[in-house]
Every structure is written in C-alpha cells, then in structure tokens.
Design a protein around this ligand. Structure first.
Ligand code: TZP
Ligand code: MG
Length: 212
C-alpha cells in the first residue's frame, strides 16, 4: 500500500528547517540528505509564502522521485496534491485527519503528531492515519509553539501497546538516539542535529554507526 515501504524499513526521518541549515537552502539540504542515503524526508516550512514553497516542493519532488525517496509535506495538503508528494503530516490543531484523508485519497501517506496516549489511541481509531509522530521526547527549540517534552514514558506506551507505525521526534540527537531506539522507536525524526551539521553525510554516518 502506498509509499509506506521506506517507512517500514528506514531508521532516520529527516525534516527541513532552513533557519538552522547554516545558510544552505531547503533544496540544497535535501540534495545532501539524499546523497547521504536518507529515505524519508519531510518538507517543514513555517515562514515562507505558498508560491515560494510550491517552487521548492516541485524541485524536491523531482529529486526524491528520481531517487526513490519518500517525500512528505508538513501542513499543506494543497501543496502535497499539486506536486504529487507521497504524503502529508499534520498536527492536532490542523484539519481533522478524516477530512485530510478525503482530500488526499487513499494512495497518499497521512501522518499525525500525537503527544499523549489518548491522542495516539484516537489516531488509531480514526483508521485513516498511516503513522503517528510521538513527541517531543526531549526539549527542543525547533518547534515554536510551546510544547513540553512528553518524555520517554509516552514512547514506551506507544511502543508497547500500539501496532501503528510511529516516529519518535523532538530533541533527538546523536548523543541520545541510542536511548530512543532502546525504547522501541524504529524511526527517529530529526531536524537540527542533521540540517545543522556542517557535513550532513558525516553526521548521518556517525548517527548510523551508533544505532546499527
Ligand atoms: N514536532 C515535535 S518536536 C519537533 C517537531 C517538528 C521539532 C524537532 O526538532 P529537533 O531539532 O530535532 O529537536
Ligand atoms: Mg502542523
């Protein structure tokens, strides 16, 4: 079903964040992520106008399609449909997942951020969400809206009780990814530790040497 295969086999889910990318633009960062062997990439951009985001996503879609990389867009269902991204990731305060699914159709991936066991159970019972985000595990400055870390205990809950695919997120870095893996997260979503690395390939290599 869909483009879930990368999801079920990958270790790192990389997200863009241009302001932390050491002067490199989103497209340049995506090129480096792909060169480093990253198989799932989310375009996350909170500042730009939709015209600019559209052009970037078109380019990223081309690069990811050529290389078999799964391309998810944060928040913007319209953009995802227009550029034929593989899926969309939404939060608790966005449009209802069932309505987003209506727009997306059944072939695209739908991800939903969750921050508590209640939200995770609700996501599962909707029957239209392909994977959930679990976090923020650790403190992070990357996400602007206030969100206290939910900690490892919520990760434990999901890993031990739910069958839905999930990605751990929030403050995950080279120095703590081992703990996240140890607590059952097969996929770690990472932003600043990766896009903020001077050599993205080196960074991915050293993260992978820790978890493999
Ligand atoms: N959702 C929950 S935490 C977060 C998002 C998008 C930001 C994670 O960024 P970082 O830099 O990996 O802590
Ligand atoms: Mg959102």
């Amino acid at each position: 079903k869909k483009n879930m295969i990368n999801f079920l086999t990958t270790d790192i889910y990389a997200l863009t964040a241009e302001e932390y990318s050491l002067g490199r633009n989103n497209v340049e960062v995506v090129k480096q992520l792909i060169a480093a062997g990253i198989k799932v990439i989310q375009y996350r951009e909170k500042e730009k106008k939709s015209g600019q985001m559209y052009l970037e996503c078109l380019e990223i879609r081309e690069l990811t399609k050529q290389t078999g990389v799964t391309f998810i867009i944060n928040d913007h269902v319209d953009l995802a449909l227009l550029v034929d991204a593989d899926g969309v990731h939404i939060g608790q305060e966005d449009l209802p997942p069932v309505k987003v699914r209506e727009l997306l159709g059944n072939d695209k991936i739908l991800g939903l951020s969750t921050h508590s066991p209640e939200q995770a159970l609700a996501a599962v019972s909707l029957n239209c969400v392909d994977y959930i985000g679990v976090g923020p595990i650790y403190a992070t400055k990357t996400k602007k809206d206030v969100c206290q870390p939910v900690g490892i205990s919520y990760l434990d809950y999901v890993a031990n009780n739910l069958a839905i695919p999930f990605v751990a997120i929030g403050g995950i870095k080279e120095h703590n990814i081992r703990e996240v893996k140890h607590h059952g997260a097969k996929i770690a979503a990472m932003v600043t530790d990766i896009v903020g690395a001077s050599d993205i390939s080196d960074k991915i290599r050293s993260i992978r040497s820790i978890i493999s």
